[in-house]
Design a binder for this molecule. Structure first.
Ligand SMILES: *Cc1c(COP(=O)(O)O)cnc(C)c1O
Length: 456
């Protein structure tokens, strides 16, 4: 059997990329700057230093095409990377498509998702700076888990503000974080001003991501040697995730192939930015012309129905303003099962690439269709995907079925961001036929747009 026919394409440790790819350097137009909401002027690095570690702020503003991955980070990456590139041959057969479907499997670490790729460097740079505590929030729990794993490795104390209702619905997620030594605080809590205010108004408040972010940021700002870390959206996170696409390109080369279509699910945009990275660089430099698709939930359609405008990255309006596709920081998406895709905005990098036509298409998908795709994939490929990842699977299947009609043998690449082993509550609902499809009305969306900040 030649490499061309292999189902799993593996790289050796020494073939793992030693630099991250910063796509910003190749973008024909510069990103719109972050804006300081107090002065309404472009935010400076100094504006970010109280919140984020200095090296991470430098990465946030970097225009360098490549950034070296420190040896200490490579050592940890090597514990679970390079991740395999897998050809979904059985799924292809079941669909009867001439297309070749490949996926990058990012769910093969204990934290269960691609988020560990950014959690590791974020903890590392904070540790190097002498930071003594980290805070963060988690909704569905994947980010908190990834960060707990990375924090344990570097012996860094970590407080995770976990949306109260999620902590109660997903006790196993909470238990993993605690096993790795993180302190999990149900939000709203009485440990912060923001939390106490909400509790005094509503002692039974189930919590929200916005409230959890406010608590985590408040603690970071008011505790010496403490910083906040964020698992998506930011340029630095897209940078760290570029390792996915860099590896995928090498693996595709081994197979003698180049993808015609590259697909990722889109919450804050980090995994899609990651799998696109090396291929987008080719596209921006006119070396190749792959077609990029973002798959988002119709319940939280930031690219397909959002506005390209300046908005806050958090719901409590503490962070600098970013130019991005947004539903408004006050938009509260319905409680869909793809918790990782419930974010009102989209990475400024991906937003700009979409606005300028390089990220070719965004598709909004209903929950039920996504779970159907997840089940089909699980049966044929023996992997139970995270509901978030299943958005990319559904899109890959639809593209493969188009190939069946046209007879084209396209090469389709998608990112399998995580496993679904902690999402059994969601799968149970699907099996019981209890999954509800939802998309917000134009009127509901308008409420979010009406409250966008005015920066003119
Ligand atoms: C967080 C998460 C996502 C979405 O985040 P992005 O920043 O858009 O990549 C997708 N899949 C899984 C499994 C996640 O945990």
């Amino acid at each position: 059997m030649s490499f061309k026919d292999a189902s799993r394409i593996l790289l050796n440790e020494d073939q793992m990329p030693k630099q991250w790819l910063n796509i910003v350097a190749d973008m024909p137009e510069k990103l719109d700057p972050y804006i300081n909401p107090a002065t309404k002027k472009p935010a400076t690095k100094e504006d970010f230093y109280p919140i984020f570690a200095k090296d991470l702020v430098d990465q946030e503003f970097s225009q360098e095409p490549f950034i070296d991955i420190p040896e200490e980070i490579l050592d940890i990456y090597k514990m679970y990377r390079p991740s395999p590139l897998i050809r979904a041959k059985n799924l292809e057969k079941a669909l009867g498509t001439p297309a070749k479907i490949y996926f990058k499997h990012e769910g093969l670490n204990t934290s269960g998702s691609h988020k560990l790729n950014s959690a590791v460097p974020q903890v590392y740079y904070n540790k190097m700076q002498g930071i003594k505590n980290l805070t963060t929030e988690t909704g569905a729990g994947q980010w908190g888990t990834a960060l707990a794993v990375a924090a344990a490795f570097y012996d860094m104390p970590l407080s995770v503000y976990m949306v109260k209702i999620s902590a109660e619905q997903k006790p196993y997620r909470k238990a993993i974080m605690e096993t790795f030594g993180a302190k999990v605080i149900k939000s709203p809590s009485d440990t912060t001003k923001a939390g106490r205010k909400i509790l005094s108004e509503d002692p039974e408040c189930p919590g929200s991501l916005g409230c959890a972010i406010s608590e985590a940021v408040e603690v970071a700002l008011n505790t010496p040697d403490t910083r906040y870390v964020l698992g998506s959206v930011l340029n630095q996170v897209v940078l760290h995730q570029s390792i996915i696409g860099l590896e995928a390109k090498k693996q595709m080369e081994i197979a003698g192939l180049y993808p015609d279509i590259v697909i990722g699910c889109a919450g804050g945009g980090s995994n899609l930015g990651g799998i696109m990275s090396a291929f987008m660089k080719d596209k921006l430099n006119k070396k190749a012309n792959p077609y990029f698709i973002a798959a988002e939930p119709s319940a939280c359609p930031s690219l397909t129905r959002g506005k390209y405008a300046y908005d806050f990255c958090d719901m409590s309006n503490i962070t600098p303003l970013a130019k991005m596709y947004t539903l408004g920081s006050t938009f509260l998406p319905s409680a869909i099962h793809s918790g990782g895709l419930r974010y009102h905005g989209m990475s400024p990098i991906l937003s700009k690439l979409y606005h300028d036509g390089y990220l070719d298409e965004a598709r909004a998908l209903s929950q039920r269709s996504v779970f159907e795709a997840a089940q089909l994939f699980a049966k044929h490929e023996t992997i139970l995907p995270a509901p978030e990842s299943a958005h990319a699977i559904k899109t890959a299947i639809d593209e493969a079925l188009k190939c069946k009609e046209s007879g084209e043998a396209k090469v389709i690449l998608f990112n399998l961001t995580g496993h679904g082993n902690f999402d059994m509550g969601a799968y149970m609902k699907y099996i019981e036929n209890n999954i509800v499809d939802y998309s917000p009305s134009d009127e509901e969306l308008q409420k979010g747009f009406d409250l966008l900040p005015d920066i003119s």
